[in-house]
Ligand binder design. Structure first.
Ligand code: LMR
Length: 328
């Protein structure tokens, strides 16, 4: 009987991944790379899952796969085009293979805070970006907020010269490569799930990220400290394939998009606070956070900002002008 109960357990275990799904329901697999709680994206994904499964019961069901358990961000968009996942929310830095227009979000010291990011995204220039990958089969649905990036390394970073010669992990974005080169660093593109190990083993010396990732994935434990530069942003595009959206019954699609919009509004308004809690959690855990004086921060601006001109052609002057105006 042991064998048969094992079989039952295995079958039940396999089935439980889709416990929420009944026959006839549209299955929405949502793959992402971060934690499920204490993280702006993780919390939003969990809330979306709960609401879809409650309010669309009988029509649709959602299963969230967090922490890169299903796909890394460098694979998830291809998987989506194959129909293996239906929803993803990679950071805006991870769309390089599909569009160069998102490079605007990686320009160092362009966005002063998450409200400015929101204002740009809701402007005509920002909304046009949602449709910028339709020809490549992807439809942007909405933007989800995280927050401002900070710098960390295995040595104290106060001036840009402190970064000279260090190896930095970056997301898969050429703007971020250029930014790290501008401070004399040697950038290495790497999947999020590999960062902790790479920092721990000295494959890279440093990285840049938001408080919720630095705390959530414990990067602070394997770094000398975090320097509060607020030099850039991490934000996300909730994305689906054009084909999958087209395949949905219009009423199902509308209900799904309405719930997504409501979850977005609720969670985006909390992202700053979620990050501040993560910042405090780093301090509470004994991590080091270095703040910069205005003059010290200005040295980072001076060193990094020249990369803008390398990418203006990709981004488009109109889009850049709109963002600059929002931040002035
Ligand atoms: C990263 O790769 O550092 C981030 O994009 C992870 C995330 O989704 O916040």
């Amino acid at each position: 009987w042991k064998t048969s109960s094992l079989v039952v357990a295995l079958v039940t275990g396999a089935g439980s991944a889709f416990a929420a799904c009944d026959p006839g329901e549209v299955v929405i697999k949502f793959s992402h790379v971060t934690n499920t709680d204490k993280h702006p994206k993780g919390i939003a994904a969990t809330l979306l899952e709960q609401r879809i499964n409650e309010e669309m019961d009988g029509k649709a069901c959602m299963e969230v796969f967090p922490n890169s358990t299903l796909y890394n961000d460098d694979k998830v968009l291809e998987a989506m085009l194959q129909g293996d996942v239906q929803l993803a929310a990679p950071s805006l830095s991870k769309f390089e293979k599909f569009t160069k227009k998102f490079r605007i979000f990686d320009l160092p010291f362009l966005f002063k805070n998450i409200e400015a990011v929101d204002a740009f995204q809701t402007s005509d220039a920002g909304q046009a970006l949602l449709d910028s990958m339709q020809r490549r089969g992807l439809q942007g649905l909405t933007f989800w907020h995280n927050g401002m990036k900070q710098m960390s390394a295995n040595v104290p970073l106060v001036t840009p010269a402190d970064a000279d010669g260090l190896k930095f992990r970056v997301m898969s974005s050429d703007v971020l490569v250029a930014q790290m080169e501008a401070i004399g660093g040697s950038p290495q593109k790497m999947a999020f799930s590999e960062v902790y190990g790479a920092l721990q083993q000295g494959v890279v010396d440093g990285q840049e990220n938001v408080w919720s990732n630095i705390y959530g994935k414990k990067f602070f434990e394997v770094q000398d400290g975090i320097t509060e530069t607020n030099h850039g942003i991490i934000d996300y595009l909730v994305v689906a394939s054009v084909d999958w959206l087209d395949s949905l019954d219009p009423a199902v699609r509308e209900q799904f998009l309405t719930i997504l919009d409501e979850v977005t509004a609720t969670r985006n308004s909390e992202s700053y606070e979620v990050n501040q809690k993560n910042r405090q959690a780093i301090l509470d855990a004994g991590g080091t956070i270095r703040t910069l004086t205005d003059d010290e921060r200005q040295a980072w601006v001076t060193a990094m900002q020249p990369v803008w001109e390398q990418f203006t052609g990709d981004i488009g002057q109109d889009s850049l002008d709109a963002a600059v105006q929002i931040n002035s």
